[in-house]
Design a protein around this ligand. Sequence first.
Ligand code: PGA
Length: 248
Amino acid sequence: MDIAVIADPAARAAHAADLVEELLTGRAEPVLGVATGASPLELYAELERRRERMPRGLGAFALDEYVGIDPRDPRSYAGVVRDHVTVPLGLDPRRVHVPDGRAADLAAACRAYEEAIAASGGVDVQIVGIGTNGHIGFNEPGSSFDSRTRVVELAASTREANARYFDEPSEVPTHAVTQGIATILSARRIVLLAAGAAKAEAVAAALEGPVDPACPASALQRHPEVHLVLDPDAASQLRGVAASSVRG
Ligand code: PGA
C-alpha cells in the first residue's frame, strides 16, 4: 500500500486528485467510484478546479445510499453526489449512478447495480472514506469479504456519526444499500481518504491489523493498488509508516 501523510488539506486534496486523474486520463469512458461523507469533499473541489482535464465520457458509481430516502432530499447520497460531483465536474447525469434506496424490489435493484457496474467496464478509481468502526461504504464490522451490493442495517455508531446531517438523530435511516466489500475491491485503484484523530484507530487496524471482517477496511490489504491519503492525526497510530511517506 502507498501511504501519504500530508498535513495541509489543499496539498492532501491535490495528491489525491493526482491519483484519480492519473488513472482516468487517456481512457474514453473511465469510471470513478465516489464516496460521500466529509472525507472526499476537498478532493471533489480540487477535481472541479481540474474540470477541463476530466475526460468527457467520465461516469461515476456511488458507494451507497440510505434506504427510503428521496433522491431529491439533499441529505440523500444521490443529492450529495449531484451537488459535489455531477454538477461541479460537469458529468452527464445519465452516466452517474447511485443505488436506488426507494426501489420496490431492493434486492433486484442491488443486482441491477452490480450489473451496471460490470457493464460500464468496472470502476477505474474508487474513492473511499473509513468509519471510526472500520467500515467502508456501509459495510459494517462482520460484513463478508465476498459481499456484493445489498441492503444492510447501519451500526449504532454509524447512525450517531451521521446524525449531524439530520435535525434529529432518530431521523437517520436505519438501513442502507451499499456496494459490498468484493464490489469495492473490484476497482482497479482505491484511494482511501482519512483525516482526524477519530479515524486513527480504524486506520491502524485496517493497515496493520489482521485481515478480518471485524475491521471491514482490512480487506484492502488484499487489493493490489490501494493508496492512503491521510493527515498526521489519522496516521498517528500507525507503527510502520516510513518517514518517507510524510510529505508535508
Ligand atoms: P466521513 O465518513 O468521511 O464523513 O468521515 C466516512 C465513513 O463513515 O465512511
